[in-house]
Design a protein. Sequence first.
Length: 170
Amino acid sequence: MTTTSSGGEAAHPAADREIVLTRVIDAPRELVFEAFTQVRHLSRWWGPEGFTTTTRSFTFRVGAEWDFVMHGPDGTDYQEWITWREIVPPERIALLHGESRDDPDAFESVLTFEPAGGQTRIEMRTLFPTRELRDEAVEKYHAVEGGEQTLRNLAAYVAVLAGSDEGARS
């Protein structure tokens, strides 16, 4: 499993507002996609190391929302909200993520799930409204490290799911 990340390449105009994370996960694309689309899965792996997630409401369809709280290891609660903008199973999810429905600082993310043999290459491309907001996310909230940890948690979770699925088929 490989993780790469960057603040974007200078080749396109939004590079200074972007964070790109990738990881190859040792599980089939359909299973990795499912882990992103069902709340019973999300609550088991979402967030950086030491965080837990409490969902207040969740509907996975274009235009619907996921309203949740991330609980930090220091006891801080972070109000979070996501609206699903595009869903192409099992290839792509586009979303808007902020603290609330009307958050002017909300950022856009596009997740792509590419098959790689029996594995999945996931790319999470996040675009912030301004460079300053991207820099704040990186410096104050450790967005790159947190994103890498979140993808690592996903990889560990789907590995368990893949093992139990194989066991159930035997």
